[in-house]
Design a binder for this molecule. Structure first.
Ligand code: PHE
Length: 469
């Protein structure tokens, strides 16, 4: 079972001097995909996608999202893979290792800032997931009606204790896994978890689609309504694509540094993007018919999924078991994402400041948790305190997903497009010219011009520099 050990075994490498020179690689194609998909698939698909889609008018958002995932997500993911596999080092060092004269490597710090803030608010929702796991286990929502379920959520999220307790539990779990290096154990389960999650979600989609008034949800998701299209919708779709695919944060650079030299970069990117998008779509089809059927408002905000799901379980035969298994899987999916994010911070602190892993993990966890507490409180008791017109949680989410991650993405594509040698890029993509990459020039055009310009235009439009939408 070298497979997952090798992804995270950096500390162990240092102890074994003989291994220092040769970097371990994933042992199989599936292992690479499972690890990258483990980071990509998480609360972003099941919690955030439905909630952001619901708050941005439904089908218009859906179309723009899918467009971005295909035309930007795939080439951007490929670019991160090219950097990582070529450099064979962490995301911070990769740039200067590939091109030592490159003066902008300090910008590699940007993704670590994004990682810090994303982890601080992601764990708020991961904490909510633990509460719902607990409630399903004790059958706390069994037989409650939609209104009671919504009220219970409001009471819970406004309480000063339980959301914080659960969030801190989640931090402890993540830190323990990152520190103890037992990630390979957790990651191993993603082989079983991911397919099981898909099966479970298909079951829930079927239930949701057979509820009274379900067609309204399907219409909301898929009937094109361009009147809802706006600069804000486009920006949110862009941010969601980055967030959901774990792009722009250097995670994929690090993972791909363990990828074998025979791996087909373009195929891996396509499979991961497809899987991630499939899960988001399933989440949409699972949630929205039920939202309309139970009279919940689609723009209910961050709590949308949590106030909707128990209603579906209550309607299902075997709903109790379904609920418990679903929330266990959601917790695990969140965990494979949080460990990938914490790893970014810990590896930077321990490798650049030469700190021990224990110290680095503790420092990173405590400082992220400190900010995280404010995120959790701002979703409930402290919701009236605003920054940028939003509560603290939403402001951090907005800033990181919609601005920092796209900027990190632009940085990566410009690096591959203009700083690396074209020959090296081709060499990496074609596995040393062993694969025929006939579409190379099209890809090169996309990462040099199309992707950075498209992302820039979305950002400038939103800054009000010009206004198309
Ligand atoms: N992609 C993860 C999800 O969908 C979250 C994440 C965002 C992970 C950014 C890493 C980086 O849940």
């Amino acid at each position: 079972m070298m497979t997952f050990f090798c992804i995270f075994g950096e500390t162990k490498f240092k102890k074994q001097k003989t291994m220092k020179k040769t970097r371990e690689h994933f042992s199989s194609r599936f292992a690479v995909i499972a690890a990258v998909a483990g980071s990509a698939v998480g609360l972003g698909n099941i919690w955030k996608f439905p909630y952001v889609l619901g708050s941005n008018g439904g089908s218009a958002f859906m179309l723009v999202y899918i467009l971005f995932v295909i035309i930007l997500g795939v080439p951007l993911m490929m670019s991160e893979f090219i950097i990582g596999r070529r450099a064979q080092t962490n995301s911070f060092r990769a740039f200067s290792k590939l091109v030592p004269a490159f003066r902008w490597s300090f910008l590699g710090i940007l993704p670590t800032i994004a990682a810090f803030f994303i982890l601080s608010y992601y764990t708020t929702i991961a904490g909510w997931t633990l509460e719902y796991l607990y409630q399903s286990a004790i059958n706390g929502y069994g037989n409650s009606d939609a209104e009671t379920i919504k009220n219970s959520f409001d009471v819970f999220s406004h309480s000063m204790t339980m959301p914080l307790v659960w969030q801190l539990c989640f931090f402890a779990l993540t830190a323990y896994i990152v520190y103890a290096g037992v990630k390979q154990g957790i990651e191993k389960y993603s082989k079983i978890m991911m397919p099981l999650m898909v099966v479970l979600m298909i079951g829930m989609c079927v239930k949701s689609l057979t509820l009274d008034g379900a067609y309204q949800g399907i219409e909301f998701l898929f009937a094109p309504d361009f009147s809802k299209l706006s600069g804000q919708v486009v920006l949110e779709a862009l941010g969601q694509a980055f967030f959901s695919l774990s792009l722009g944060m250097g995670i994929l650079i690090t993972y791909s540094s363990y990828m074998s030299k025979t791996e087909k970069i373009h195929q891996t990117a396509a499979v991961v993007v497809f899987t991630d998008t499939l899960l988001a779509l399933l989440a949409g089809v699972m949630i929205f018919p039920a939202v309309f059927s139970f009279g919940i408002s689609p723009n209910d905000g961050a709590g949308l999924v949590f106030v909707t799901l128990p209603n579906i379980f209550n309607q299902m035969s075997g709903g109790y078991l379904f609920a418990v298994v679903f929330f266990v899987l959601l917790t695990m999916a969140a965990l494979t994402s949080t460990i990938s994010v914490l790893e970014v911070i810990v590896s930077l602190v321990s490798e650049e400041l030469k700190w021990g892993r224990k110290k680095a993990t503790l420092l990173a966890t405590f400082s992220v948790a400190f900010v995280g507490i404010f995120c959790t409180v701002s979703q409930g008791a402290g919701e009236e305190y605003h920054i940028l017109g939003k509560n603290f949680f939403d402001a951090l989410d907005y800033l990181t997903s919609n601005w920092l991650l796209p900027l990190g993405g632009i940085f990566a594509v410009l690096f591959v497009g203009f700083v690396m040698k074209k020959r090296d890029v081709y060499d990496e993509l074609s596995n040393g010219s062993t694969l025929p990459i006939k579409w190379f020039n099209a890809f090169y055009f996309v990462i040099r011009y199309f992707a950075p310009i498209a992302i820039f235009l979305v950002l400038l439009n939103q800054l009000g520099v010009f206004s198309v939408l």
